[in-house]
Design a protein around this ligand. Structure first.
Ligand SMILES: Cc1ncc(COP(=O)(O)O)c(C=O)c1O
Length: 364
């Protein structure tokens, strides 16, 4: 068997057909920026995530940068960021001229709840990242942030559709940031992102910032930039949304199968809470001291895996700072993402689980 980590060409023929139809429709309409598809996307996400305002933008990294700029965070300010995340979380902070202050994560890769120990008089915000699709405990985090008068920007790039106490990831903080990068659980056929907020003024500001500071053409009220989303991408996401719920069900069913089949492997730590409401089963990250050997063994058997992420951000050259970050570093050394996506078949999960057991000497 040859099982890639993720093969997006495996989307169903029905969906491919709908996407092709959408492309033809948009080609006929002659509208490639803004327009009806972008407006529809805004409304779809508002309804699905029960959020007041949705502002689409070019990608998830821009969403973070726009959020920071809308909250007037810049030079001299500090922002608390988990040590293990995709680079964008820290990158956006540096891009606005502020300083990321890294804090360790828990075993699941989420910002440790004692992050407030990193707060100084320069701290303006904290960015909880709902890594791998699992949500940070938001009520607890918001309570602390409120007391400390800090803004909360949720990096929900990996947590689309996840809810905690029935409230979606990205709708808890001052601003939530989404990514529709193609490999996400709701992906475009290219790049796209979105800011969510419940605050009308912030929504207006983000909208201005993402479109050259202009509320209407040629009236520039702020120094903004161009971070508009393509109409084509908005149209494709609108189509992808039709299969979102059923894809989530498939993810959860496959995750359940993995958990059942791998729970006897004592040398493997399985991800926690994957079947709960506040995890969207975006990634299935197992942990083992033999991570590198396991990855090579699986590759030799035709199974693609990935590492999210092999290095913590404070160890990277442009962000280098000293610090132990013990748990985040351990996850970077021991975490391995097994294939988990709606295009995977149950027999493929069986095969992967068998190979993992074989590696650990549990079956011949
Ligand atoms: C945690 C996290 N933050 C931010 C981003 C940035 O999103 P994008 O790739 O759309 O810029 C991503 C996605 O890659 C991500 O996983």
């Amino acid at each position: 068997m040859n099982i890639p980590f993720l093969d997006l060409s495996r989307i169903s023929p029905v969906l491919k057909n709908r996407l092709e139809r959408k492309f033809s429709e948009l080609l006929e309409s002659g509208i490639f920026s803004g327009g009806e598809e972008v407006e529809k996307l805004e409304v779809h996400i508002q309804q699905l995530l029960k959020t007041r305002f949705t502002i689409p933008c070019a990608n998830g990294t821009d969403a973070l940068e726009l959020a920071l700029r809308a909250l007037q965070i810049g030079p001299g300010d500090e922002v608390i960021v988990p040590a293990l995340t995709w680079v964008s979380t820290a990158e956006a902070v540096v891009l606005v001229g502020a300083k990321p202050i890294f804090w360790d994560t828990d075993e699941e890769g989420l910002l440790r709840p004692d992050w407030d120990k990193a707060v100084t008089e320069r701290t303006k915000a904290v960015i909880p990242v709902h890594l791998y699709g699992k949500m940070v405990k938001m009520e607890q985090l918001l309570e602390k942030a409120k007391k400390l008068r800090l803004f909360v920007i949720e990096d929900a790039a990996q947590a689309f559709g996840t809810t905690q106490d029935d409230k979606a990831a990205g709708t808890w903080g001052d601003i939530g940031c989404l990514s529709f990068y193609p490999t996400k659980n709701l992906g475009a056929l290219g790049e796209a992102g979105m800011c969510l907020t419940q605050d009308e003024n912030l929504a207006q500001k983000i909208r201005l910032l993402s479109n050259h500071g202009q509320p209407i053409r040629d009236q520039h009220e702020l120094i903004g930039r161009n971070s508009r989303v393509d109409s084509l991408q908005a149209g494709f996401i609108n189509v992808m949304l039709e299969e979102f719920e059923s894809n989530q069900k498939k993810r959860k069913a496959l995750a359940k199968q993995y958990i059942k089949e791998l729970s006897g492997v004592s040398e493997l730590i399985l991800p926690k809470g994957l079947l709960e409401e506040d995890h969207n089963a975006h990634l299935f990250v197992v942990q083992t001291k033999k991570r590198d050997q396991l990855q090579v063994f699986l590759a030799k058997n035709g199974i693609g895996t990935a590492i999210h992420y092999p290095r913590i951000i404070p160890d990277m050259k442009p962000y280098r700072v000293d610090g132990d970050f013990v748990t985040a570093r351990k996850l970077a050394h021991e975490g391995l993402s097994l294939p988990l996506n709606p295009y995977l078949k149950a027999e493929e999960v069986d095969w992967i689980a068998d190979k993992v057991e074989e590696f650990f000497g549990l079956i011949a």
